[in-house]
Design a protein around this ligand. Structure first.
Ligand SMILES: *Cc1c(COP(=O)(O)O)cnc(C)c1O
Length: 394
């Protein structure tokens, strides 16, 4: 069935749900599946007969989630992993070999950066960072050994926006696959596959879950790529998602559309308030009129999302004292939860990056990242405001 957008989050992808009419997807909490006969076992292993074998290879609850994410991202197949990093490491391992180069946008998730360093140190898979703000800049960085292009948009935590359609078009000329980490916006606000990219990865821990109670990762791509990813990487490296975590994500995703609308509309209101406060130097939000990449954002994102970064007029001392006087807003990394969360990239998510590099990436000591939750926006703002007001009195 070709359902409308919001309906797909509740019914998309599932074909058979005949388990005694259970409305909620059953949790198949089993490690293995028994065969009626020896020959049936043989046929399952050879692929002659469809069916489950062992939950590291495939599990019915996890499959429902995989079909659903494929349906909402508009891709052929989905695959679930134990975490966002398990998903990203599997995709990069699957696409590269020693001597290859991974081309990244300037500014990626801290642990993805750590993974790239590991791949270089141990396996000789190099990486380069590229300012992908123009076709020329992108072309100048592509080498014969470029195996894939990896981007996030908006970039965490600077909120720069990359033109996914432009990058995908150039990459296609060279037949280089483009991977987009779509965690920050979720499929509800941005669909990289429809913009021409090849693979989407998610930390499902964030918006897809939405409730801060599960760690998980998802990949969506062409059937041929996902089949290779299962058989050549996931089966043997083993970073699978548990049936219970899949069940939590199936449940969380049902409300993704209404949550994303609320996160976005509250964020827009808080952006306006932050911009007017004397202790705030700059607010970074893709849909804001003053954002340098606003035209690209409007082309590829349906709403601005729930993440706001902002700079205070002061440095580390002011940032720390402001965070310490917050009440409703919790100091925590992660994002996309019902609770509003604030974190300090310089000493938390991006602390592993050497200082000079970090500052060049735009992550200076005055920058904070806020994940706007589902509380009433006035309550969120009142808490931020009182903590900012305290700074004016120091
Ligand atoms: C959190 C995050 C990840 C890593 O996901 P985990 O589920 O924590 O492993 C990757 N990319 C982005 C953009 C993230 O925010």
């Amino acid at each position: 069935m070709n359902y409308r957008e919001d309906t797909k989050y509740i019914h998309g992808g599932t074909k058979d749900n005949s388990h005694h009419g259970s409305l909620s997807t059953p949790i198949f909490q089993t490690s293995t599946f028994s065969f009626e006969t020896a020959i049936e076992g043989e046929r399952r292993f050879s692929g002659e007969e469809k069916g489950y074998i062992y939950s590291r290879l495939s599990n019915p609850t996890v499959n429902v989630l995989e079909e659903r994410i494929a349906a909402v991202e508009g891709g052929e197949r989905g695959l679930a992993f134990a975490s966002g990093m398990a998903a990203i490491s599997a995709v990069l391992t699957s696409l590269t070999k020693t001597g290859d180069q991974i081309l990244c946008a300037n500014g990626i998730y801290g642990c993805t950066y750590g993974l790239l360093e590991l791949l270089e140190e141990k396996y000789g898979i190099t990486h380069d960072f590229c300012d992908m703000s123009s076709v020329e800049k992108l072309r100048s960085m592509i080498k014969p050994q470029t195996a894939c292009i990896f981007i996030e948009s908006p970039i965490n935590p600077t909120m720069k926006v990359i033109d996914i359609a432009m990058v995908s078009k150039v990459a296609r000329e060279y037949q280089i696959p483009v991977i987009v980490d779509n965690t920050f916006l979720s499929p509800y606000l941005q669909q990289p596959l429809s913009l021409g990219s090849d693979i989407v990865v998610h930390s499902a821990t964030k918006y897809l879950s939405g409730h801060g109670d599960v760690i998980g990762g998802l990949v969506v791509g062409k059937k041929s790529f996902i089949e290779k990813l299962v058989l050549r990487v996931q089966k043997d490296m083993g970073g699978i998602m548990s049936p219970f975590d899949a069940w939590l994500l199936i449940r969380g995703m049902k409300t993704l559309p209404i949550r994303m609308k609320r996160h976005s509309s509250s964020a827009e209101k808080i952006v306006e308030k932050l911009k007017q406060h004397s202790m705030v130097k700059e607010v970074l939000y893709p849909n804001d009129l003053t954002h340098p990449d606003r035209t690209i954002a409007q082309r590829q994102m349906s709403m601005g999302g729930g993440i706001i970064s902002f700079r205070l007029t002061g440095g580390k001392e002011d940032v720390m004292s402001m965070m310490d006087s917050l009440n409703l807003v919790k100091i925590a990394v992660s994002l996309g939860d019902a609770e509003t969360l604030i974190q300090y990239p310089a000493t938390m998510t991006h602390a592993v990056i050497p200082e000079s590099k970090r500052i060049k990436m735009g992550i200076d000591d005055s920058l904070l990242r806020l994940s706007v939750g589902l509380e009433e926006w006035e309550d969120i703002w009142l808490d931020l405001e009182q903590s900012l007001n305290r700074l004016t009195k120091i």
